[in-house]
Design a protein around this ligand. Structure first.
Ligand SMILES: [Mg+2]
Length: 380
């Protein structure tokens, strides 16, 4: 809540154009991409607790499964009952795979933002104010381009919301799913928010919602009818001011890149399955060049270098090393990557089908300070 520091303030002096890109039913959609024959079936991605065969909860369901009332958070046993007479597919979560897909999508999104902030494995905020000249119409065109690029290169749909701040962009993205695109211009904000149920605002859980209902507040518009003084009396200073601002669509939080998500990786499929170092390095060398370009763009050096090998049986293997000195030099990168692949081939009898390169442990290119402390120092 401390994020809404400025009470009852107007928006930032220059109008901003903020996008929230949210990948649709992400885990289940990743499974559909990996295995397209799942596309028209109910797909349920599950977190098995391991206690017995079917104990655990549903993590994500595709829209086909949602038609049967299967959704995140319900017990797997309940989902199985609801899909009893249907050709449905139940799969365990595969976070390594989703993380890799996520990282590839985030790399695409980052290229389209003035400032980029990953907000979760499947969503990110993009401040695009400058590149669209503060035009919401141009932002819509950019969003269409992004949707097309994510679909073409990764086979995934996403829903995008565009607004003058994060709060409006987020609610806009949620309002049309899947494969949605919703633009809310500054002059449309109040009209867009007012009819929505009040629990669409972050911070209005079941308890607050029933309290608000007893005060006659059902919609965001109802909430906006209260004075800030009254809301502070009812909910305390912090929440009262937040509810006042949020109900009027005011949110001054900046979009900012988070240090802790800092790793860069690239993965690619080899021409054929192989154990030949030279064949692997031809591909891995290209990946190193791409990573080096990204390091240069973000003015970073990396201290950890890793490789990923996905073998024919889709098992995933990795090796990594920590450098004595952080580097962004492409030749040094390739030398270490080659060593890691040689080590993997010595230690494992597997053939590589896909290979990846990953760097992390970033420092600013112009100093030896750790990026994490740099960003923290800046924000405090
Ligand atoms: Mg999502």
């Amino acid at each position: 809540m401390s994020l809404w520091k400025n009470p009852v303030e107007k928006q930032a002096s220059q109008p901003r154009v903020i996008m929230l890109v949210d990948l649709d039913y992400f885990f289940a959609q990743c499974e559909e991409v990996r295995n397209p024959s799942l596309r028209n079936k109910p797909v349920v991605v599950c977190v098995y607790s391991g206690r017995s065969g079917e104990s655990g909860v549903v993590s994500t369901a595709n829209y086909e499964a949602r038609k049967y009332g299967v959704k995140s958070g319900i017990p797997i046993t309940v989902a199985k009952k609801r899909l009893a007479n249907v050709d449905a597919v139940f799969l365990p979560v595969d976070h390594d795979y989703y993380d890799r897909v996520s990282e590839e999508v985030m790399n695409i999104l980052r290229n389209h933002a003035d400032v980029f902030e990953q907000a979760g494995v499947d969503e990110a905020y993009l401040d695009v104010s400058e590149r669209v000249g503060r035009s919401f119409d141009k932002a819509r065109e950019l969003a269409e381009k992004i949707k097309e690029e994510v679909r073409r290169s990764k086979g995934l749909t996403c829903s995008i919301g565009i607004g003058p701040n994060k709060l409006v962009a987020k609610i806009a993205a949620d309002s049309q799913k899947p494969d949605g695109l919703t633009v809310v211009k500054p002059e449309e904000v109040q009209g867009f928010l007012s009819p929505l149920p009040v629990n669409r605002l972050i911070g209005v859980g079941a308890k607050t919602q029933s309290r608000m209902e007893s005060l006659g507040i059902k919609t965001i518009g109802d909430l906006a009818g209260f004075s800030v003084q009254r809301l502070v009396e009812l909910f305390g200073e912090k929440l009262g001011i937040y509810f006042y601002n949020a109900s009027h669509g005011v949110d001054n939080r900046p979009v900012e890149e988070k240090g802790e998500t800092a790793s860069i990786s690239r993965i690619s499929t080899l021409r054929e399955d192989t154990r030949d170092t030279e064949a692997i390095m031809r591909k891995a060398g290209e990946l190193c060049d791409e990573i080096q370009a990204e390091l240069a763009r973000r003015r970073l050096k990396a201290k950890q270098i890793g490789i990923i090998v996905i073998s024919k049986d889709t098992s995933v293997h990795s090796r990594s090393k920590t450098l004595a000195q952080p580097t962004s030099n492409p030749e040094a990168l390739k030398k270490d990557v080659r060593e890691l692949f040689e080590r993997f081939l010595r230690e494992s009898g597997l053939e590589a089908r896909r290979v990846g390169v990953k760097v992390s442990g970033f420092v600013r290119g112009d100093s030896q300070r750790r990026l994490g402390s740099f960003i923290q120092g800046e924000a405090e």
